[in-house]
Design a protein around this ligand. Structure first.
Ligand code: C5P
Length: 236
């Protein structure tokens, strides 16, 4: 899994839109993310189509159910050829272990990363809705350690949490970071953003970029500029 390439989030409404975008990168092998919007609109076949076109596919479906169901879901995703997938750490150790078992049964070699606390969860909601009394960062680190002990490959986290997670879990545990914005670009609905260069220097091990590529006038040029900043650690 080559994470020196930014992962492009294909948050698009149809298979046609996704395949048209990817086709603009003629001859390039991409790492793309299929999330709920595209997966539910286009169906599982979109994963196979992207794989058949030679791309690596991150299935960001944030699995969270009883272990037996997650095991079956992971088995199905493995058979589709997914290279990376997400589960919610809140589902617990047994559920995360079941995801790994399901992957093995499906013959896949995917890595699994955990969602800790969603970045949309505020410290206030953590306390009043989840009745979690520890600071948000403690809850994130707790879930990261749990995911590691269950055998997962890493977590999804903001660049701002990456160094703390590396300190708590070790360098080899992946920190996959969305919320990336090139220097000077629109933030949109993201709150805790980082540029590709700062994400690299803050300890992220992979970056996920959606709208700065998919909505760019020239997606290919935007992608290459982000890749250069990510690889060099410099946004200049
Ligand atoms: O368009 P943008 O670059 O904001 O897209 C970021 C992608 O990363 C989206 O697919 C979004 O769902 C995903 N994501 C996120 N924050 C998280 C987890 C996933 O933005 N905490």
């Amino acid at each position: 899994m080559d994470t020196s390439r930014p992962i492009i989030a294909l948050d698009l409404p149809s298979a046609r839109d996704a395949l048209d975008l990817v086709a603009r990168f003629a001859g390039e092998t991409l790492f793309v993310k299929v999330g709920m919007e595209l997966f539910y609109a286009a169906g599982p076949g979109i994963v196979s189509q992207l794989k058949d076109a030679g791309h690596d596919v991150f299935c960001d479906l944030k699995l969270h159910d009883i272990p037996n169901t997650v095991r079956g879901a992971a088995r199905s995703l493995a058979r589709l050829g997914a290279d990376l997938l997400t589960v919610h750490a809140a589902g617990g150790r047994a559920m995360m272990e079941a995801a790994l078992e399901g992957l093995g049964e499906g013959g896949g070699s995917a890595s699994v990363v955990a969602i800790t606390q969603l970045t949309s969860t505020s410290p206030e909601a953590l306390r009043s809705e989840q009745l979690v009394e520890v600071p948000l960062v403690e809850s994130v680190l707790n879930y990261a350690r749990l995911a590691r002990s269950a055998g997962l490959a890493g977590v999804v986290c903001s660049a701002h949490e990456a160094a703390d997670i590396a300190a708590a879990t070790g360098e080899g545990f992946l920190r996959v970071t969305p919320g990336i914005r090139p220097a000077g670009s629109a933030i949109g609905d993201q709150a805790r953003v980082a540029t590709p260069g700062t994400a690299a220097s803050m300890g992220s091990s992979a970056i996920v970029v959606g709208r700065p590529v998919t909505r760019a006038e020239d997606p290919v040029a935007a992608y290459h500029a982000i890749m250069t900043a990510w690889r060099t650690g410099s946004d200049a």
